[in-house]
Design a binder for this molecule. Structure first.
Ligand SMILES: CSCCC(=O)C(=O)COP(=O)(O)O
Length: 414
């Protein structure tokens, strides 16, 4: 029986015949041409021919606000591509469904539904949400992640101290800044040794477990060796700039039995791939479904209310893609990020729930009482939000001056 991977597109045009366009895509991206084929050849080629599943045309709505989607003429087009046409890997799927087509006018890839056969070749996250929670022994609250800041040009003792201060704040994970590449001052194995020693020291004070996601960088051919080097030095998680390398590079790392630690996917470069509305790839596919299929245990993406923002419906769609039930495919942790401070925690919890990660760099290091207090302020904000208590009221109690100071600086967003 023929199996298919199905792509959903949104094509924009003031006057095009969208049915004709859909047929052009289905034929053009598979067998090339159809009507010109001799009948005998058609029989052989039929199993390779793309199928138009549906074409939903949207005409501009009278009175719609100029510039709004409702004011545009577009069609949502579904095309099914026979699995037999491409090898079972994400690059082949992307080139088939949105290779040349991505450059051909105003068209956006909204979604990809992969066949069961294709899905089987993508084992997904090794740990997933539950696995990461198990490693940390935390199940009843969102996790708190802290981001190294001021790392380029710094020496190991400085990074070690910065790590220690972050860990003292009671964070669950610490991740490298994505711009910290392999470098002579803080090579990955030395950095990991220093930071994990700081983690052990801090744990004596906090009693907490902690994951350190070290940034795996360099040439693609060296990624596995870099990851192994970090793990051998004690790294218990990894960070990876997925989109600069491609999903297959993530999948290679995630599938490797020797890389037995969670992988956090950074969204750097993704903005170039999801321009607004008319072009590119929908964020819930790029940062949601594909990240999960390729094996990310945690996925960072812009939040609706921080410094680098994305519309709320898109961030919720990413989180839904990462967490919805998908048979044996484990869910990945949504990590809405950028410009996050304690005053945003109630909103984060309301929108992304307990099975998410609160992630902050400047919102921790920029705390007026220092980095450790920055982490503590977040933990207090999380406690307050879980109890349904207003942050201002919670912060007014003795022993919560860290949250009080954070609110004085950043405020509380309602
Ligand atoms: C846009 S998601 C990436 C967030 C990130 O990596 C980061 O460094 C955010 O730092 P911030 O100081 O804004 O919390």
């Amino acid at each position: 029986m023929t199996s298919f991977c199905t792509a959903t597109y949104r094509a924009f045009d003031e006057k095009a015949d969208f049915h004709k366009k859909a047929t052009g895509i289905a034929v053009g991206l598979t067998v090339g041409s159809w009507t010109e084929l001799p009948e005998a050849k058609k029989k052989d080629m039929e199993k390779h021919l793309g199928q138009v599943v549906s074409v939903d045309v949207h005409e501009p709505e009278a009175g719609a606000a100029p510039g709004s989607l409702a004011a545009e003429r577009y069609a949502d087009i579904k095309i099914a591509y026979p699995d037999v046409n491409f090898s079972r890997d994400i690059p082949a799927l992307l080139v088939t469904a949105f290779g040349k087509l991505s450059m051909d006018g105003r068209i956006r890839l909204l979604d990809l539904d992969v066949s069961d056969g294709f899905r089987k070749t993508c084992p997904g996250p090794k740990f997933g949400i539950h696995g990461v929670q198990e490693l940390l022994g935390v199940h009843d609250r969102p996790l708190l992640m802290s981001i190294f800041k001021s790392v380029v040009g710094y020496e190991l003792p400085e990074l070690k101290e910065q790590f220690y201060q972050q860990a003292l704040g009671g964070v669950d994970l610490i991740k490298d800044d994505e711009i910290l590449f392999e470098n002579p001052l803080t090579p990955i194995e030395k950095r990991v040794e220093a930071c994990m020693a700081a983690a052990r020291d801090a744990s004596k004070q906090t009693g907490q477990k902690l994951l350190y996601a070290a940034n795996v960088t360099g040439r693609t051919s060296q990624l596995r060796a870099q990851a192994k080097k970090a793990i051998d030095a004690g790294a218990n998680a990894l960070l990876f700039n997925v989109l600069a390398y491609g999903f297959d590079a993530l999948q290679e790392l995630a599938e490797d039995p020797d890389i037995n630690v969670p992988i956090a996917a950074h969204p750097a470069f993704s903005g170039a791939m999801y321009p607004p509305r008319h072009y590119g790839v929908a964020p819930q596919l790029l940062l949601g479904k594909l990240m999960r299929l390729a094996g990310a245990d945690l996925v960072l993406f812009p939040s609706p209310y921080g410094s680098v923002v994305m519309p709320k419906d898109e961030t919720l769609a990413i989180a839904e893609s990462l967490t919805r039930h998908e048979g044996a495919l484990k869910p990945s942790f949504p990590v809405p990020s950028a410009g996050i401070h304690p005053g945003l925690v109630p909103l984060l919890l309301e929108d992304f729930g307990v099975r998410s990660v609160v992630n902050a760099g400047g919102g921790i290091h920029g705390h007026p009482m220092g980095t450790a207090a920055g982490g503590q302020a977040f933990r207090q904000a999380i406690d307050a939000a879980l109890q349904g208590v207003e942050l201002e009221a919670y912060a007014a109690e003795p022993g919560r001056e860290q949250l009080k100071a954070a609110i004085e600086l950043w405020g509380v967003k309602k």
